[in-house]
Design a protein around this ligand. Structure first.
Ligand SMILES: O=C(O)CCC(=O)C(=O)O
Length: 260
């Protein structure tokens, strides 16, 4: 458990840098249970079906599709639900955010060796429709294996969480243009298994490929300071409709269909 004095220091750092690390929030027994749960989830039948709306894919080392994330995941995993909504994490978050939070969404990302990373973005861009102040929204990285730059750990632009940064000239409404950000602010915190990182909804972040031998696995719950206990349901109601309308994740199905 993090000492109160430490939590005050971490809170200061969160607001100053746009993120902070809560080292060892989860102990080794808890981490073992989370890892075993990920293993179970990764082998559930039908999870890698082309039309499974909760799974997403990225390009793997051979150019093929690599199963990379489960989103949503809490409804099929009481263990991970406990990690994301248990009193230990929720208590620490209340201190850091300065108010009681509710879960907004949660995904599990397992980046296998060789699998590519994520382009620079700010989570808040995807949450504008919630009509909530960015300071009330954050994402948490629950880290299940040692993670650093080599294993495709998440990189953050330190102290760059003041506003939404426009996209590149051809797409100003899109994900923020890294050319508008100061590269000297980039930092990839090295995390141990069980460490928890909290970042502000406006903190620009990205990640590289996993060049290590182990799967870089993180549970990524997002939260909002609110008294709306139905926020999670509201979010996924909207998100699932969006995926269908924009046909997110259907590429593999169409490619296979095409080749029949
Ligand atoms: O897991 C990663 O490497 C980055 C994930 C991320 O930034 C996201 O899902 O928003």
């Amino acid at each position: 458990m993090i000492a109160a004095v430490d939590l005050a220091e971490k809170t200061k750092q969160y607001w100053q840098d746009g993120y902070t690390v809560l080292p060892g929030l989860f102990g080794s027994e808890e981490v073992d249970a989370f890892r075993a749960e990920c293993e179970r989830l990764w082998n559930v039948e039908g999870l890698d079906d082309d039309l499974n709306l909760r799974t997403e894919f990225r390009r793997g080392p051979d150019g093929g599709y690599a199963f990379d994330r489960l989103d949503p995941v809490l409804d099929i995993s009481p263990t991970l639900n406990g990690a994301a909504t248990g009193t230990k994490l929720m208590g620490a978050l209340e201190a850091v955010l300065g108010g009681s939070a509710e879960i907004l969404k949660c995904k599990l990302i397992r980046k296998e060796p060789g699998v590519k990373g994520y382009a620079t973005h700010q989570d808040f861009l995807y949450w504008k429709w919630l009509d909530t102040a960015p300071d009330l929204l954050c994402t948490v990285v629950i880290n299940l294996y040692p993670s650093d730059e080599r294993s495709g750990g998440i990189a953050f632009y330190r102290g760059s969480h003041q506003e939404l940064v426009p996209g590149p000239p051809g797409n100003p409404e899109g994900d923020c243009d890294p050319d508008r950000l100061d590269p000297s602010r980039i930092h990839v915190p090295a995390l141990a298994a069980g460490d928890v990182l909290v970042f502000h909804s406006l903190t620009p972040h990205f990640s590289g490929p996993n060049d290590s031998e182990h799967p870089r696995t993180v549970l990524l719950p997002s939260y909002c300071v609110t008294d709306d206990t139905k926020l999670y349901q509201k979010y996924y109601q909207q998100e699932i409709i969006r995926r269908c309308k924009e046909m997110v994740g259907f590429e593999r199905y169409f490619a296979r269909n095409e080749s029949l």
